[in-house]
Ligand binder design. Structure first.
Ligand code: KG4
Ligand code: ZN
Length: 337
């Protein structure tokens, strides 16, 4: 199979699984609008996402975000994230999607958030990505290497034993006094820092199927305690970023060599990291593999990728019914052995 079959008409996407309220409308794989309202300011004071506060903020934001994304347009189908995520947060998007599908009398579909991330490199692409390919999903909640044989045909090649890559950056940033969310703050602070000043662990070196980031958090904690006021924050940030980038790159390239895949994609919030993008691009080029990463705005949570995944599912004839529920945890649809 090559490329992705998509729903023929315009599709509205809705994403409210965590701390971004987003709506987008898509024609084919072209993103007409992608509006994202972030709750970062709200959750900053607690240093992480507070589920109850997130749900209430989605209730406030959902209609203005939808209105801005839609303008005068009326899509012919609706796609919404219904799993995995914070139940209260997901419920806001799913309720809005059901109401719009009922009012417009159009087909609609619940989408797995990670399938949205996995398909995000296809957004706006004239030239379709080949199946199969290898995909690194790196976000605040996930770190997985996925063999993508086709839509809904996935195999997990490597996963994390503990924290996700984004979580490691967020926790490390907090220990370094950089606030929330940490990924972008670490990237900015690392500019001009020396990544070799502090040696931080790279996880389980021996097992190509397992990432591990919890030791990194502990090591940063010890570093902060040990160095005290002497700590060079830029160097610590650069060392932290290097540890995450090295762990991800090493396992990803081992899997690329092992599978012999001719194409590699990088998705999820951590895919916005410029150092990681650069490293993986270089390593793929060295191996003659095609490297694809979405535009920055489609790496962190957004509704455009949900509209795309929904569009592909709708094109297969799949539809959700009014009984569709939300799930905090859910396996990727179509996980093979
Ligand atoms: O995909 P995402 O928006 O939400 C989840 O589904 O988790 O990913 C959020 C994660 C956070 O951990 C954040 O720190 C990280 O992505 N992130 C970054 C960058 N921008 C966001 N990590 C590294 N470098 C960045 N520029
Ligand atoms: Zn995400």
């Amino acid at each position: 199979m090559n490329g992705l079959e998509l729903f023929p008409g315009p599709v509205l996407g809705i994403e409210t699984s965590c701390d971004e309220t987003s709506a987008a409308w898509l024609e084919g794989s072209s993103v007409r609008t992608n509006i994202v309202s972030s709750q970062v300011e709200l959750h900053k004071r607690w240093g992480g996402v507070v589920p109850e506060a997130a749900a209430r903020a989605h209730v406030e934001a959902i209609v203005p975000v939808l209105a801005e994304a839609l303008g005068e347009h009326r899509p012919e189908a609706v796609a919404v994230t219904n799993r995995p995520g914070l139940i209260g947060a997901l419920s806001v998007g799913v309720s809005a999607a059901k109401a719009l599908a009922l009012a417009w009398d159009v087909p609609w579909i619940g989408v797995h958030h990670l399938e949205g991330h996995i398909l995000s490199p296809f957004l706006g692409e004239a030239k379709p990505l080949p199946f199969p390919h290898l995909c690194l999903v790196a976000s605040g909640g996930h770190t997985e290497l996925v063999w993508v044989a086709g839509l809904g045909d996935y195999r997990i090649i490597a996963e994390t034993l503990d924290d996700a890559a984004g979580e490691a950056l967020d926790k490390g940033a907090r220990l370094l006094g950089m606030g929330y969310p940490g990924g972008k703050a670490v990237q900015d602070a690392a500019l001009g820092g020396d990544p070799d000043r502090y040696r931080l662990p790279r996880g389980v070196a021996k097992d190509p199927t397992k990432f591990s980031f919890s030791g990194l958090k502990t090591a940063v904690m010890r570093l902060v305690e040990r160095e005290g006021a002497r700590l060079r924050v830029a160097d610590a940030a650069a060392s932290l970023q290097a540890a995450v980038v090295d762990s991800l790159t090493d396992k990803a390239m081992a899997a690329l060599d092992e599978t012999g895949s001719g194409a590699f994609t990088l998705v999820g919030g951590v895919a916005a990291n410029l150092r990681l993008r650069e490293r993986l691009a270089q390593e793929c080029a060295r191996r003659g593999a095609r490297f694809k990463v979405p535009d920055l705005s489609f790496c962190t949570d957004n509704a455009a990728m949900i509209a795309l995944a929904g569009s592909a599912r709708l094109a297969l004839g799949e539809r959700s019914g009014w009984e569709l529920d939300c799930f905090a945890n859910a396996p990727l649809p179509g996980l093979g052995g």
